[in-house]
Ligand binder design. Structure first.
Ligand code: HSE
Length: 297
């Protein structure tokens, strides 16, 4: 039996649509053991598919097939701490956990570049899959099945406070809200900011983050899908956040704040309660520079 731990991820970081993402400190874990039949269990009360539609199973099986190894079955046990369909990379965690675990069980036939390529291709974009696998802040391009990326380790002087609504938002649905075409002006607006986001986070120029997370490619179209988002963004800035943005395709809203602001998460909790958002959850997180890893044999 092996156990794989995979971090949650926050993709886009505002302006870096489908290209920027970072790993944060909530984790799923997946236990895997070869078997002559398929058994899928959940170690908590999270509802997950227990048949062949399970994403961990599909990812494990994909790797066995790709490597030409016979697959009779698998015991899979999942612990899901990453909220599902909330823009924190829960599906990437399943894919990455499945392929990293399968690769380990098979004796590591695939290198990290191959794993990144497979995970991003299965997910459709690299901005959650790559940081889930690699940790840190990842800037990535998926081109013809290959991911071109740079992973940067981020300093621990920031907190990422995830404000998680009590309703899901499926990425496929949130992508339908986006326009087919954008203007040249809006393209320039975003590409300049996403470049600024990546280097500002890495170099510690945090005063740039508010401008850098602004975007015209997805957030303006998705805000109306998240009732309360405007008020929560205002709240985050009132309490001194460097930046606030829709995490991935939502529904989570992420605030980036100095680690010195020790009261921030509590202030957001109280503010959400005042706004009638008592059922929203607050997770006070940091970036993890370590991606998916095998913990136990
Ligand atoms: N970048 C994706 C989107 C979500 O915003 O639709 C994460 O992969």
């Amino acid at each position: 039996m092996i156990k794989v731990q995979i971090p949650a991820t926050s993709a886009n970081i505002g302006s870096g649509f489908d290209s920027l993402g970072l790993a944060v400190t909530i984790y799923n874990s997946i236990e895997l053991e070869e078997s002559d039949h398929l058994t899928i269990q959940t170690a908590d009360d999270t509802q997950i598919p227990l048949d062949e539609s399970n994403l961990v199973y599909k990812s494990v099986k994909y790797i066995y097939d790709l490597c030409g190894r016979s697959f009779k079955g698998m015991k899979i046990r999942q612990t899901n701490q990453i909220p599902i369909a909330r823009g924190l990379g829960s599906s990437s965690a399943c894919i990455v956990g499945g392929i990293v675990g399968a690769n380990h069980l098979l004796g590591e036939p695939l290198c990290q570049q191959e794993l990144v390529n497979i995970a991003a291709t299965m997910e459709g974009h690299p901005d959650n899959a790559a940081p889930a696998l690699l940790g840190g802040l990842v800037t990535a391009v998926l081109e013809k099945g290959k991911v071109y990326y740079v992973k940067q380790a981020i300093a621990q002087d920031l907190r990422f406070v995830a404000i998680v609504p009590n309703f899901p938002l499926e990425t496929s649905f949130a992508r339908q809200a986006l326009p087919r075409d954008v203007s040249h002006k809006d393209a320039v607006f975003n590409l300049s900011r996403s470049a600024l986001m990546s280097v500002s986070l890495y170099s510690g120029n945090y005063s740039n983050l508010k401008i850098a997370c602004d975007d015209r490619l997805h957030q303006p179209y998705r805000l109306s899908l998240i009732n309360g988002a405007h008020e929560v963004f205002d709240l985050a800035y009132q309490h001194g956040a460097y930046a606030a943005y829709i995490s991935g395709s939502g529904s989570t809203l992420m605030a980036i704040v100095s680690a010195e602001k020790k009261d921030f998460a509590r202030q957001i909790r109280e503010g959400c309660d005042r706004l009638g958002l008592e059922q929203w959850k607050i997770h006070d997180l940091s970036v993890t520079n370590v991606g998916a890893r095998v913990l136990e044999e």
